[in-house]
Design a protein around this ligand. Structure first.
Ligand SMILES: Cc1cc2nc3c(=O)[nH]c(=O)nc-3n(C[C@H](O)[C@H](O)[C@H](O)COP(=O)(O)OP(=O)(O)OC[C@H]3O[C@@H](n4cnc5c(N)ncnc54)[C@H](O)[C@@H]3O)c2cc1C
Ligand code: SF4
Length: 505
């Protein structure tokens, strides 16, 4: 056994890494790190086992390609395998997806707890109070605050102008960033180390309290001693060459907590032999889609916080959250229709483009199952009601661009003109209902190991404990049985904190 600290890749042929801790946490993103911090604060020993590498902020890439290479698993190749191949965006590094997210902090709306109680038998009032209490603490620890005026950038203030002109309720976002400099690089990792991703705070704290972080360590399976989870094992993986290294085994004296994400936790449990029928079901998402507004004066979306404006006015009806989103120039080029000289001509307008998006609070549910090599296979497609919402979201954003003074909107929808004018948002409203006609991504993910009071419906109980075995808990987005209509990291962190707190109590 080794004293606490950060351990990482060892070549094949080196002795196997053997560790033991009271609690073993698989995954170091929003859920895993939040739980690990609570466990470490209770005085118990904690080992966090993370598939990806620990990158220092100064080593974060500055391009999308670099991000996919250095911070994602398998170059971000995971897509929905259904009618449309929509990318599922997740990071794989110490800090998980919090390293590449926009740090938007939104409290869990009260209606989520009501719904979980009605549909999944999760006692709502008690959970709500505990979650909100932890959200108070988390906001404090992660420096949550409204994006400062000097870091907003024109593409965010324009959105406020558009919403105000239409009389829609909206706000500048609260984000977990300590003095944002508005460099617009959140999606590549904050090189200024201002964003409070979990590798910047809770994971160093776990180390300071004598815990371990084992990076480059994709867990292959949860090990069992009879029906009790006794630890995890796998083989280290080189973060650059992806060659396999020496093996590792981390024993858990008290419990294993799985926080490998909504796509990876269900397949890890399945690979480990769990046969619970609901495993991999109730996978849901907030598909995100957007349109460009074209403005006469430069907008310079690379200047200002990546995301700083939002509206929840449509969260309940029809089920949409509107936001600004600055994407890097290479993604803008990829998002514009056309190729060759035509694309170059269109891209010349880069400084005049603003991307605003709608996150759809979709009701459709899919599945996550292990593929041939144990990788997640996600089957997920929006039903007709969700496709109506999706289309409506794009039309609302287009109208907002025109209200803010855009001279045109580039819808990026198959079958529609390259650009439409102020009298034409109805073309989007009447657009196709086939998901293949649209560009969308899945970045807010839910379910797969859903919690429910009924083991026939959920994989875990209301404490995150996996049914049918002892000492095994799930503490990430995969326990959330529904979509929530707001950005999920705050909910995931608080739920993981509540589950961890109950565990040590
Ligand atoms: C581009 C983008 C922007 C976003 N912006 C926001 C935002 O501003 N606000 C917000 O609230 N939400 C945002 N989100 C969503 C939010 O980041 C996620 O919902 C949240 O991080 C999910 O937490 P998690 O713990 O479930 O998984 P993750 O944070 O993804 O962490 C899972 C970790 O587990 C590791 N892992 C997986 N398999 C294994 C294995 N077998 N062994 C060991 N480790 C493993 C992964 O490498 C990863 O590090 C954004 C997401 C994206 C993609
Ligand atoms: S906008 Fe720039 S400084 Fe602000 S959190 Fe994002 S990457 Fe960091």
């Amino acid at each position: 056994m080794i004293a606490g600290g950060h351990l990482t890749f060892e070549r094949f042929g080196q002795p196997a890494i053997e560790l033991e801790a009271d609690y073993v946490v698989v995954g170091s993103g929003a859920g895993g790190a939040a739980a690990a911090a609570i466990l470490a604060r209770s005085g118990r020993s904690v080992a966090v086992v993370e598939a990806g590498p620990w990158r220092a902020p100064e080593d974060y890439p500055s391009t999308t390609t670099g991000t996919m290479r250095d911070l994602f698993a398998d170059w971000g190749a995971l897509v929905t395998q259904s009618r449309a191949l929509w990318p599922i965006v997740q990071a794989s590094c110490v800090g998980g997806t919090t390293v590449v997210n926009s740090a938007i902090v939104v409290r869990t709306p009260a209606d989520c707890f009501d719904r979980w109680e009605e549909e999944y038998g999760i006692e709502g009032d008690e959970l709500r109070d505990r979650v909100w209490e932890h959200q108070d603490r988390i906001e404090d620890e992660l420096c949550a605050g409204v994006v400062p005026a000097d870091a907003r950038g024109r593409f965010n203030t324009l959105a406020m102008d558009g919403a105000e002109a239409l009389g829609w309720d909206s706000h500048y976002m609260v984000r977990s960033v300590d003095r944002c400099e508005g460099t617009g690089q959140c999606l590549q990792g904050c090189r200024k180390a201002r964003k409070q991703s979990t590798n910047a705070n809770w994971l160093p704290e776990v180390l300071e309290r004598g815990g371990w972080v084992l990076s480059c360590a994709p867990v292959d399976r949860v090990d069992f001693d009879g029906s009790r989870a006794s630890g995890v094992s796998g083989r280290l993986r080189d973060p650059v060459t992806h060659r396999w290294g020496s093996s590792f085994r981390v024993r858990a004296r008290r419990a294993v907590l799985v926080a490998a994400s909504a796509t990876k936790s269900p397949v890890l449990l399945a690979r480990s032999g769990l046969k619970n029928k609901p495993l991999g079901t109730l996978f849901r998402a907030h598909p995100g889609t957007g349109v460009f507004g074209v403005y006469d004066d430069p907008v310079d979306q690379n200047v200002g916080a990546t995301q700083a404006w939002a509206s929840t006015a449509f969260r309940v009806e029809p089920g949409l959250k509107l936001e600004t989103l600055a994407i890097p120039p290479e993604m803008v080029a990829g998002r514009l229709p056309g190729g060759g000289a035509e694309l170059v001509r269109r891209f010349a307008e880069y400084r005049h483009l603003a991307m605003w998006v709608a996150a759809v609070r979709a009701e459709s549910a899919g599945t996550v199952r292990p593929g041939l090599f144990g990788e997640p296979v996600v089957r997920y497609v929006l039903d007709a009601a969700d496709m109506h919402r999706f289309r409506q979201g794009l039309a609302l954003v287009a109208r907002m661009h025109f209200a803010a003074g855009a001279r045109a909107v580039i819808p990026g929808i198959y079958g529609l003109p390259y650009a439409i004018g102020p009298d034409e948002p109805h073309l989007i409203e009447e657009g196709p209902l086939d998901p293949r006609a649209y560009i969308a991504i899945l970045s807010h993910l839910f379910g797969g190991c859903a919690m429910s009071a009924d083991p026939r419906q959920g994989v875990c109980d209301a404490h995150g404990k996996v049914y049918g075995v002892e000492g095994l808990y799930v503490v990430d987005a995969s326990v959330i049985p529904t979509t929530i209509g707001v950005n999920p990291q705050h909910t995931i962190m608080a739920l993981a904190s509540v589950f961890a707190e109950r565990l040590v109590a």
